[in-house]
Design a protein around this ligand. Structure first.
Ligand SMILES: *[C@@H]1O[C@H](CO)[C@@H](O)[C@H](O)[C@H]1NC(C)=O
Ligand SMILES: *[C@@H]1O[C@H](CO)[C@@H](O)[C@H](O)[C@H]1NC(C)=O
Ligand SMILES: *[C@@H]1O[C@H](CO)[C@@H](O)[C@H](O)[C@H]1NC(C)=O
Length: 332
């Protein structure tokens, strides 16, 4: 309780200041043909285990097929307890040596998840990791401008009260934590991008094991609705799902199937369009007029080897669910 009050106090102090300079902006080049394509994976870093390597392999194939511009990670990058430091070999064993496909040699934009906060959270943000693998970019909250799409990456773990009030035997690394909700509104408001996407680790709405995150429903959802955000993309629940908001064009998309999954419990919800309780990932394709979302599992039989000798395979995993939406539904 004490810790939580401390957090709220700090939050209001920082909100009173102009900290918009804290949000770094990145210009992400695209192919220049008016499209943006990327993959989203979450909750993955388990040294290849629990099908992490299978998911990585399928991501490589779909990444190739779609000719993706970049990859988004929704957090819980390294299990069980984040990285121990900048030189933790888990960075190689769970990231660099796993996502080896040619098509995945693109910029990765990552947020931190609650498991990342149980280790040295600051290490994951360090430029040192970018020297080891230039694809890596993880910050707490930042903006990526990808021409027709603007992605706001939000650090959602500090919103969740129970990590402060009931940490159990876990230690969370709260060094340098910043509150972000006020600035979310400001930044989104200024966005002129055709598509507005917010990425966080925790779901706002989910029928999976963890379910809705009440702090985000109260504090973040109204801001996203007011700012006409199109997609809220998250992990945390180890599944793939799509829920539509009742009150706005916002679509809630969970991509948390990067490794361990099959939790076996799920709920019902208004607006539920799709739920898959297993491993996989998601693709997002944007044009001026359409957003196309597809979910992929890892079911189709994979070759014994992951070493590239499978180049002659011709089948591709097929999308489990495709959502095609027209901008007419999205403008108010
Ligand atoms: C905050 O700072 C930025 C950059 O220094 C400036 O452009 C902006 O006008 C400031 N906003 C407010 C509300 O003071
Ligand atoms: C790996 O994926 C297959 C196919 O989806 C599934 O049957 C199996 O249970 C998964 N293994 C683990 C450890 O999750
Ligand atoms: C957007 O910003 C304008 C002024 O900069 C403000 O009047 C308006 O309330 C803001 N809208 C939202 C949804 O925050």
């Amino acid at each position: 309780m004490v810790l939580f009050l401390w957090f709220v106090t700090i939050t209001s102090l920082l909100n009173a200041r102009n900290i918009s300079a804290e949000f770094q902006r990145f210009e992400q080049p695209t192919k220049g043909d008016g499209t943006v394509r990327f993959l989203v994976v979450g909750d993955w870093g388990r040294k290849g285990e629990f099908n992490q390597s299978r998911v990585a392999y399928q991501m490589g194939r779909i990444g190739e097929e779609l000719d993706i511009d970049f990859v988004v990670s929704t957090g819980d990058n390294f299990y069980d307890n984040g990285l121990k430091g900048e030189d933790d070999p888990n960075f190689l064993h769970s990231f660099a040596n796993i996502y080896t496909a040619h098509s995945l040699q693109k910029q990765w934009f990552s947020v931190l998840g609650n498991h990342d906060y149980r280790g040295d959270a600051v290490a994951q943000l360090s430029p040192f990791l970018r020297k080891i693998d230039t694809r890596w970019l993880c910050l707490r909250s930042f903006v990526v401008n990808a021409e027709i799409g603007e992605l706001l990456f939000m650090d959602t773990t500090p919103f969740v009260g129970k990590y402060f009030t009931k940490p159990g035997h876990h230690k969370y690394d709260w060094r340098d934590v910043l509150p972000v909700n006020k600035y979310t509104a400001q930044l989104l408001n200024e966005s002129k991008a055709r598509w507005r996407i917010v990425v966080g680790h925790h779901p706002i709405r989910s029928v999976g094991h963890h379910g809705d995150t009440k702090e985000l429903v109260h504090r973040l959802l109204p801001i996203l609705q007011a700012n006409k955000v199109d997609l809220y993309v998250n992990g945390h629940d180890h599944c793939l799902e799509h829920i539509s908001d009742n009150e706005s064009p916002l679509q809630f998309l969970t991509s948390g199937g990067g490794s361990k999954a099959w939790r076996g419990d799920s709920d019902k919800a208004d607006g539920l369009k799709f739920f898959y309780d297993g491993q996989g990932f998601m693709s997002v394709q944007l044009t001026q007029s359409h957003a196309e979302i597809a979910f992929y599992d890892v079911f189709d039989p994979m070759d014994e080897s992951l070493d590239g000798s499978s180049a002659l395979r011709s089948e591709h995993p097929s999308p489990l669910d495709e959502i095609r939406r027209h901008p007419g539904c999205i403008e108010s």
